[in-house]
Design a binder for this molecule. Structure first.
Ligand code: PLP
Length: 393
């Protein structure tokens, strides 16, 4: 037996364990201090009533012989695919139900999609980035090129003709930078992908946070994208499903390589290796698209975005440059006084008892930056920003 040696090439992910350890040590030494976490990437508000009511109803159905359901379709129930298709249609994106695959979340799909691509492909990944894109490709042994997301390009890298890539990762609104691509910028990526016969893996996990109506929620709002892009969506941040688990992947029928529809390959992959999302969860996800469900989930998003505004105002007062927070739950701030991201982490923990995420954990270009999130509760955000303002720059 030989192991997959590529796993040995992974960097240990020290980021969140190091943060947890530092916070734990600090609390042990300072038991009287109230440490506030502004670094969490998980939601804190509960599922909305429309969702839990739909799930309760589904639980009852599962407990009766006449309405019990066993294995469902691997690619998801038609009722949820149809609700999603209607959601896309509101932005004039027409999708067939069989182009939408329901899953247990975007993270699994982002990793699993690589099954349908050759390991010979070269991937292009922004730096800084959601670490899953990098690690899943290292596991497979693929060649990775990085593109710089920096303050100079607004953290939104555009195609570079000198880079020859087969698979391109884009995440908008972005984790960790909070930056959002405009339509004309995405158009450039679609043109590049079509010209280079590349595929774009578009992560739209945070699309529901977009407030500016001129910004695209889906890559399919861009002409030509159905021929070159796969889109990943999630109910995690949209509707608080981080622990409930539901997401989806769109693979348009028009997307082909050497005459083979990628949709067919993904269907084959999913039907072979996946047995579907629980009926109860899919009924809960369907309820997100009812009038009540939509209103209630948007209320939660508005709450988080108000938190982001409060954080943004504090940074403005302090004169600290940042991106994000308006159309995204993430705020990406520059560390003051040229501090490294870990130095600033320690400084903020010790002086203000506030915890964020050091940018260096998201890639080399994250050095000198710090990620704050708006997923906390209002009192904590107000108190944390008050402390940061008091501390000064
Ligand atoms: N994509 C991005 C950019 C994320 O930040 C996250 C979660 O933090 C995910 C995908 C994962 O979403 P899910 O909970 O649906 O697996």
């Amino acid at each position: 037996m030989n192991i997959n040696q590529n796993y040995l090439n992974l960097k240990e992910s020290y980021l969140f364990s190091t943060i947890a350890k530092k916070v734990e040590d600090y609390k042990k030494q300072n038991p009287d201090k109230n440490v506030i976490r502004l670094g969490i990437g998980d939601v804190t508000l509960p599922l909305c009533p429309a969702v839990t009511e739909a799930m309760e109803k589904a639980v009852k159905e599962m407990g009766k012989k006449e309405t019990f359901r066993g294995y469902g379709p691997e690619q998801g129930y038609g009722f949820l695919a149809s609700a999603l298709a209607a959601y896309y249609q509101k932005r004039n994106v027409s999708l067939e139900e069989h182009e939408i695959f329901i899953s247990d979340g975007a993270k699994s799909d982002l990793g699993n999609i690589l099954d349908i691509f050759s390991v010979d492909n070269t991937v292009l990944i922004p730096d800084p980035v959601y670490p899953v894109y990098v690690d899943t490709n290292i596991m497979a042994g693929r060649n990775i090129l990085y593109m710089n997301a920096t303050a100079e390009n607004g953290f939104l890298p555009l195609p570079d003709e000198k880079m020859d890539a087969d698979i391109i990762y884009l995440c908008s609104p972005n984790n960790p930078t909070g930056a959002v691509y405009r339509k004309e910028q995405l158009q450039k990526w679609v043109e590049y992908a079509l010209e280079h016969k590349a595929v774009i893996l578009f992560d739209a996990a945070y699309e529901a946070f977009i407030q500016d109506e001129s910004l695209p929620h889906s890559i399919y709002e861009i002409e030509g994208a159905k021929k070159c892009a796969i889109e990943f969506g999630s109910f995690s941040k949209t509707a608080g499903f981080t622990g409930t688990r539901c997401g989806y992947t769109v693979v348009p029928m028009e997307l082909e390589s050497s005459g083979v529809a990628l949709n067919r390959l993904w269907l084959r992959r999913q039907t072979t290796k996946f047995n579907g999302v629980p009926y109860i969860v899919q009924r809960g996800a369907e309820a997100v698209f009812t009038e009540e469900g939509h209103r209630q989930t948007r209320q939660a998003i508005a709450y988080y975005l108000e938190n982001a505004k409060i954080i943004g105002r504090a940074l403005n007062t302090l004169g600290i440059p940042y991106t994000g927070g308006e159309n995204s739950p993430y705020i990406w701030m520059q560390c003051p006084d040229g501090m490294t991201s870990w130095d600033y982490f320690d400084y903020l923990l010790e002086k203000a008892n506030v915890v964020g995420t050091p940018g260096a954990g998201f890639g080399n270009n994250g050095e000198g930056f710090f990620r704050l999130t708006s997923f906390g509760n209002r009192e904590d955000v107000l108190e944390a920003t008050r402390r940061m303002e008091q501390l000064g720059k």
